[in-house]
Write a protein that binds this ligand. Structure first.
Ligand code: PEP
Ligand code: MG
Length: 552
């Protein structure tokens, strides 16, 4: 009898496949003593490095295009003679193989980081190599995203942004994490790649390797060891549901023709084709920090301009809202975040990083302006983590100073929502980041799966802040969007529209569901649903009451 696990569905879709578990990076023993003489230790270390290189070469031979060259370059790094001699020196000095490997890699890491931007980019690859070599030496499972050689369902405790950056959407049929919340990066990335995903799923990491699971990324269920007939039935039902959603197309409108702009969220330029092909009016959130992750220093103006240009060129005539660098807290970046902050989510993050590094924001705006001038896209720019009117005014002035006409701010700090009429007056538009706004309103870490009930965007206190922000925009005649993950919930989207939100931005995969929901309800109905949600006691009852009202 198949067992059902249940979590939170964060990326819609149904998929089945064999499980491949992701192992955590190996824990390096601090007191390793050599098991044999230096020559034996040396042979063990070099054999581990060779084995890692061979595996990477095999993966490179199977991988498509750019992924193949990245893997081949990583394999070459594992065979670098300088690295080998650094290991040998240390074992000769009496160190255990595992200690020698860790120290030699650290040494080599410093050399790479200092050898200019191209080599510095390879630091993350080197860290991965070190972890693989250590895992080989210790005989523990290989860390990182597994590569079983066939399509699979990825199961992990949680995924870091760096893990997700290397996910191959053609191989990963679905993602299940035991931890991670609905606004975690796992959720965001899975949605952007159109991979069904379930987070906060207790028991997931205990599913045996290779076991078949049926994952429903909408209702959050994971059926372990289902029979073939159940799988086929679920896949057919999903296909029929998608076909029904695709039958509505064009700009977002309520049943009585009230326009609601439907936009897509993108991260960097890797999901560009799917995003550009989506039936949307453009991009509501371009998360630029994905260009900056995993690097010891910022990309140059030229590098940035090239990527922005590629993005803008994919949306000629359409709107693209670029968000400036949102470093810190859940998106740490070596070159900009303050090390060892006691409370990074409340620290120098988002726009605040420009207090210490004004040059980074200047350079980014120059790159955006250069790319915008050479493209047909309607480029808007917004800042993350704005708290005050003064911050909004300074940012808007800076953006306008670069010849970019439309400057806005994200409303994701409660202070900005409470004072939305002041903040919105200082710029051209606002966009509500419900992920962080939930975190800060409920004082609940957005990565904490066990606080998912507080992070629920249906919580009335959060909706109240959305209402304040939307009303301020309405009074001032300025657009107010929602670009957090909550915008992709078709039922909640109706509530946002009822509260006065003018655009909704989400992963491309979620657009058809939201469009269909809007088309089935009038603006007056949406307003009625918003009142029901605001009057509810908590998130769960708000959702249940609104769902019941749409069915009556
Ligand atoms: C948000 O906080 O809702 C948001 C859209 O930004 P991010 O998830 O990138 O912090
Ligand atoms: Mg945010």
């Amino acid at each position: 009898m198949a067992e059902t696990l249940s979590g939170i569905g964060v990326s819609p879709g149904v998929a089945a496949g064999p499980v491949a578990q992701m192992a955590a990076p190996p824990v390096v023993p601090t007191d390793a003593t050599p098991a044999g003489d230096p020559e034996t230790e040396n042979q063990a270390a070099l054999a581990a490095m060779k084995a890692v290189a061979t595996t990477l070469e095999e993966r490179a031979a199977r991988a498509p295009g750019e992924a193949a060259s990245v893997l081949a370059a990583q394999a070459m790094m594992a065979e670098d003679p300088t690295l080998a001699s650094k290991v040998s020196e240390r074992v000769q000095a009496g160190k255990a193989a595992v200690t020698a490997v860790v120290e030699a890699f650290d040494d080599f890491r410093g050399l790479l980081a200092a050898a200019g931007p191209y080599m510095a980019e390879r630091v993350a690859d080197l860290d991965d190599l070190r972890n693989r070599t250590v895992a080989t030496l210790l005989g523990v499972p290989m860390p990182g995203v597994p590569d079983p050689g066939h399509p699979f369902v990825l199961v992990a405790l949680d995924l870091a942004p760096a893990d997700t950056a290397t996910l191959d959407a053609d191989r990963v049929r679905a993602i299940i994490t035991e931890e991670g919340g609905p606004t975690s990066h796992t959720a965001i990335l899975a949605k952007s790649l159109g991979i069904p995903a379930v987070v906060t799923c207790p028991g997931a990491t205990a599913i045996p390797e290779g076991e078949t699971v049926l994952v429903d990324g909408s209702d959050g269920s994971v059926l372990v060891a289902p029979d073939e007939a159940t799988i086929q039935e679920a896949l057919a039902a999903e296909e029929a549901k998608l076909a029904a959603l695709q039958s509505v197309s064009g700009p977002g409108r309520t049943a009585d023709d009230h326009p609601v702009q439907l936009l897509v969220n993108i991260a960097g330029d890797r999901d560009l084709d799917a995003a550009a092909a989506a039936d949307s009016e453009g991009v509501g959130l371009f998360r630029t920090e994905f260009l900056f992750l995993d690097r010891p220093n910022a990309p140059t103006l030229e590098e940035q301009q090239t990527v922005y240009q590629r993005v803008f060129d994919a949306f000629p005539g359409r709107k693209v809202v670029v968000r400036t660098l949102d470093a810190g807290a859940d998106k740490p970046m070596e070159f900009v975040t303050v090390p060892d902050e006691p409370n990074p989510a409340l620290g120098v993050r988002g726009l605040r990083t420009s207090r210490r590094h004004p040059e980074l924001l200047e350079q980014q705006l120059a790159a955006v302006a250069g790319a915008a001038a050479a493209s047909q896209a309607k480029v808007w720019v917004m800042a993350p983590m704005v708290s005050t009117k003064a911050e909004a005014a300074t940012f808007a002035e800076q953006v306008h100073g670069h010849g970019l006409p439309t400057a806005g701010v994200m409303v994701e700090v409660p202070a900005a929502a409470i004072r939305a009429h002041h903040v919105a007056a200082a710029c051209d538009f606002t966009s509500i980041g419900t992920n962080d706004l939930s975190q800060y309103t409920y004082a609940a870490d957005r990565m904490a799966g066990e606080l998912a009930d507080l992070l629920d965007a249906w919580q009335p206190a959060l909706l109240e802040l959305v209402r304040l922000t939307a009303q301020a925009g309405k009074t001032l005649g300025k657009p107010v969007g929602v670009c957090g993950e909550a915008a992709s919930d078709p039922l909640l989207a109706l509530v946002f529209v009822g509260l006065g939100v003018t655009s909704l931005s989400m992963a491309p995969v979620s657009v058809p569901g939201v469009r269909a929901a809007l088309a089935a309800h009038t603006l007056a109905e949406c307003r009625g649903l918003a009142t029901i949600a605001l009057d509810a006691e908590d998130g769960r009852t708000a959702r249940t009451a609104v769902r019941a009202a749409t069915r009556s």
